[in-house]
Design a protein around this ligand. Sequence first.
Ligand code: PLP
Length: 370
Amino acid sequence: MSQTQPMPFIDLAKQQKRIREKLDHNIKKVLDHGAYIQGSEIGELEKRLAQYVGVKYCVGMSSGTDALLAPMMAMGIGPGDEVITSPFTFAANAEMIMLLGAKPVFIDIDEKTYNINPSLLEAAITKKTKAIMPINLYGQCADYNEINAVARKHGLSVIEDAAQSFGATYHGKRSCGLSTIGATSFFPAKPLGCYGDGGACFTDSEELASKVRKIMNHGQDGRYNHVVLGINGRLDTLQAAVLHAKMDIFEDEVKARIRLGSDLSRKLKGITEVPYVAPHNQSVFAQFTIRVKNRTRFTERMSQAGIPTAVHYPKPLHLQPVCRSLEIPSGRFPYAERVADEVVSLPFHPYLDDADLDRIQKAVSMALGE
Ligand SMILES: *Cc1c(COP(=O)(O)O)cnc(C)c1O
């Protein structure tokens, strides 16, 4: 790519070129059979994804957000209940907890991994606590050995938000299968993305899987037999067809993500603070995120060099207007607040080449200069 043309933040076009024939074939098959809702591609995908993750059950969902909502509904979480989660994440976590009438209880993050700090869990647990919802931010898993141990001791469920970490591992175990239930997103920009909205839940519990499957389809147990309150949380057959084509190359893409993540880190070391990956983790780098002091100046200079940047996320959830009723003052979560002021994500995807990495390195070095 020419040095003057802006670089894409995530290059989905390169990926599509690689699998276009398979995509056309899979999509045509759905157009031919016409089972747009709950077609055979869904069950086949669920089997394939469960096997990949290493759990017994997978339920395809309409989005990552619904994949967080349905398990909480299955657990009966509602008014008067509390769910412990991170203040430094996408809105969906606190949003779904509050939508059910429950209360998000935030704990601060670890300053290096940006995931919840498990040593703060005990102090946040009350009689009302029902679940812990850790987020695997930027593609790196939270510390589930610590989190699950606290959860077990207090009889709590753990809902793993793996929207950014599908394909990542923790102590060699795949993300989505690290706790009571895992939830991921197939939003196009996620590590495994479809061409619209999609998501999935993963669990070893037959009871929980069967509850989530009913809730996903209007609480039905057989057609028009509505046994529990549900939603329309179904994954589309067409999206499942797209995901089959993407799964064919996913292992290879994960390897490229891991290699490129460490290559880019090596190039940027000494110029800026590079992402920290805990020794027991393999991150899929859903985002390649660095920290800078003067972020506005940095992003402007990067943009002038044709390198797009993005900020995930500029404002912690406890300071968002929608959470005003929780009455949490600024300063309560110092790490989340400091990190939100400093993080900036660089272009990253499995199809970066050496010239791209060099161009990013040069631009970062220039943008951080005097
Ligand atoms: C993307 C994302 C979600 C929501 O997924 P959707 O498929 O967009 O609904 C939830 N949590 C995190 C951490 C995410 O990054």
